[in-house]
Write a protein that binds this ligand. Structure first.
Ligand SMILES: Cc1cc2nc3c(=O)[nH]c(=O)nc-3n(C[C@H](O)[C@H](O)[C@H](O)COP(=O)(O)OP(=O)(O)OC[C@H]3O[C@@H](n4cnc5c(N)ncnc54)[C@H](O)[C@@H]3O)c2cc1C
Length: 536
């Protein structure tokens, strides 16, 4: 059996971007369907987010927001996208209240959620509820693996429903790609493991261009204590505590990391400094230490230090009595699909918003800007797609879907082989070791060759109907997304922002340009464009 759905707009993703796009499209009276590979609103980056939004509210001006975004992005941001982000950010974050979110204004932005809200649950869950009340339809646990176009225009998509255990064909007039990033491609990550870069692969294969894929952000300070979750550490513990190696040397001082707050502005430099200490053998079991005993003793119960509360730091971690271990962790992908300010890609009918899009954050993302990005551009995508679909007609899509359905059939045939998890773990290990925080040409060549080897193992991959089939389909897209990151990192022979190469350790003014990836026949093509001109 194959399920068949038809809607004017098909939204892929139920994180911040997809849900905001859906709300806008619904308000504009569009006929829409929202698909996600997990239950609606769950298992995405938004639901695990710290819920801080950077925007020109609470006393921060638009110019200050622009300056902070551009200086953190190290000359790589698309100034057109930044202009929209900073001018619309304030209005868009405040209006989240109308979707049932609890909005707390603070200097330079908002924080979403009440006292007992668990991370980003205060974002996605009220929005799903808001949309369901307004009769928006969701198709859950369904992975989209191919976008369909006819005469260069988007007409549908093909996917696999892991609960019904059957393929699904979607007919539509426009697609909003809101599939998030690729942090889950790295062994050590705070992103849900479902963030496998599917949207990059979907866009690439349908002929859209991508940019800046070499810029992957690592959050410097995640807990690395055995048996405890890798919670992000932030606030006074970081700013007033001492981040040190096993010899007691102050790592930021030693490596001249000066721009504070570290977590907002120096994620790239601090991650790199810590990793250098770990690689040199001056860490403790793949981690370094923070001594924050004094800060914690001075703090009041109820204070939060990033994702952990005072109580957690004192009662579970005993951080008031000893230094604790932290290490960098993969956190965000700055690169992605090329869009203009209207969220259009170069494929008519394909819109994109959120972490799947590249350019707004440049080479390094400022803290709080991702959630503002998904909100501002999610709304724009919903509005523009609603306009676009007016007066268009549906196209038959069954024939266009056939080759993908045959691929599913073939995958199901194997009875013995590697599980998709085994293959994905090989890929994650490879990306962490060879295409992570510190790179060089030899490591990147190794990363590339290893990806090709791992591709060959997919011929022996198991894909039993249901969840395993969904995991197997993710593997193919993860391999493509990984290859894009590695190829772009090989091409950029300089260090800038989150991309650091020991064989080209300095910024090179020649490289103030955007790296573009596109599909040329069956090969991955790399090109460049001047900053601000990637969309043509
Ligand atoms: C631990 C953590 C804390 C963070 N804290 C903050 C913060 O405080 N402030 C800030 O600005 N940023 C923060 N970020 C970054 C921010 O959360 C993300 O960049 C943002 O939420 C991405 O939203 P999105 O909607 O683009 O993607 P996501 O929220 O990741 O959603 C992607 C959606 O796409 C669906 N999907 C993916 N592929 C497919 C497919 N093939 N078929 C069907 N569906 C698919 C998924 O199921 C999911 O619903 C944080 C990130 C992490 C990991």
């Amino acid at each position: 059996m194959v399920s068949f759905y038809s809607s004017d707009i098909l939204i892929l993703g139920t994180g911040g971007a997809g849900l905001r796009a859906a709300a806008e499209a619904q308000e504009n009276g569009a006929n829409l369907l929202v698909v996600s590979k997990a239950p609606a609103g769950y298992n995405n980056c938004t639901i695990v987010a710290g819920s801080g939004y950077l925007a020109a509210v609470g006393g921060m001006s638009i110019d200050e927001h622009r300056e902070r975004t551009l200086s953190t992005g190290k000359g790589m941001n698309d100034p057109n996208l930044v202009d929209v982000l900073v001018k619309e950010g304030g209005k868009r974050v405040l209006e989240l209240e109308k979707y049932g979110l609890i909005v707390n204004v603070r200097r330079g932005g908002i924080h979403v959620g009440g006292r007992d809200t668990k991370l980003g649950e205060g974002i996605t869950l009220p929005m799903v509820e808001y949309l369901k009340k307004r009769k928006v339809d969701f198709v859950e646990n369904t992975i989209i693996t191919k976008l369909l176009k006819k005469e260069d225009r988007i007409v549908g998509a093909v996917g696999y429903d892991s609960i019904r255990k059957e393929p699904a064909i979607f007919q539509c007039k426009a697609i909003i790609l809101a599939t998030g990033g690729a942090g889950g491609l790295y062994k050590r990550t705070d992103c849900p493991l479902k963030t496998t870069g599917d949207g990059y692969a979907l866009a690439y294969h349908v002929g859209a261009k991508l940019r800046d894929m070499e810029f992957v952000q690592f959050f410097p300070l995640a807990l690395a204590e055995p048996g405890l979750p890798n919670l992000l550490v932030d606030g006074p513990v970081v700013e007033e505590g001492k981040i040190m190696n096993v010899l007691g040397e102050d790592i930021p001082k030693k490596h001249q990391v000066t721009e504070r707050p570290f977590i907002a502005k120096s994620r790239d430099l601090l991650s790199r400094a810590m990793m250098k200490e770990i690689i040199r053998g001056d860490g403790v079991d793949d981690a370094v230490l923070i001594d924050a005993q004094d800060v914690i003793k001075r703090s009041a119960p109820g204070t939060s230090f990033g994702m952990g509360s005072y109580e957690f730091f004192v009662e579970t971690l005993n951080a008031d009595e000893r230094p604790f271990r932290v290490a960098p962790i993969c956190h965000h992908t700055m690169g992605g699909v090329i869009t203009n300010t209207e969220c259009e890609t170069d494929i008519p009918g394909l819109y994109a918003a959120g972490e799947v899009v590249g350019g707004v954050h440049g080479a390094n993302r400022h803290g709080g800007n991702a959630l503002t990005d998904v909100t501002v551009f999610g709304a724009r995508a919903g509005e523009r797609a609603s306009e676009y679909v007016k007066n268009l007609s549906y196209e038959p899509v069954e024939d266009l879907a056939q080759s993908e359905l045959e691929k599913y059939d073939k995958l199901r045939e194997r009875e013995t082989g590697y599980t998709p998890e085994t293959i994905m773990n090989l890929l994650r290990e490879n990306m962490w070791e060879n295409a992570g925080i510190i790179r060089d040409s030899f490591m990147l060549v190794d990363a590339y060759e290893r990806i090709q080897e791992i591709r060959t193992t997919t011929r022996k991959m198991l894909a039993y109907p249901g969840r395993q089939m969904l995991f197997a389909l993710e593997v193919f897209m993860a391999l493509d997304a990984s290859e894009m990151i590695v190829r772009a990192a090989m091409a950029r022979s300089e260090s800038r922002g989150a991309h650091f190469r020991t064989d080209h350790p300095e910024e090179d003014p020649k490289w103030i340009k955007t790296l573009i990836i596109s599909k040329d026949e069956n090969a991955m093509k790399i090109g460049t464009a001047p900053i601000g001109e990637a969309f043509n």
